[in-house]
Write a protein of this length. Sequence first.
Length: 116
Amino acid sequence: QVQLVESGGGLVQAGGSLRLSCAASGRTFNNYAMGWFRQAPGKEREFVAAIMRNGVNTYYTTSVADRFTISRDNAKNTVYLQMNSLKPEDTAVYYCNTEPPNTNYWGKGTLVTVSS
């Protein structure tokens, strides 16, 4: 079992930045590719970014590819999402999970609100 706790969300103006963190506990973190996902009001949860176990290979949804950076620190069992040039359409609850996601591992997420 893996427990995931997201943090770092908040209210930011358009063009601003935030850094999200996801602390993992339980099974060996290094064994998993990890991802960030988000759910905007009234929409389904969607994939945002993923990072492979080696911490080198990363993948992004098109809308964030030039603005967000995913990274991980396997020694700290933590995955990060650096979000720059935020837009109002980035407003959502952000979740981390394994990639592909495991339905048993969803946490509470962290809310990101981008004002125009």
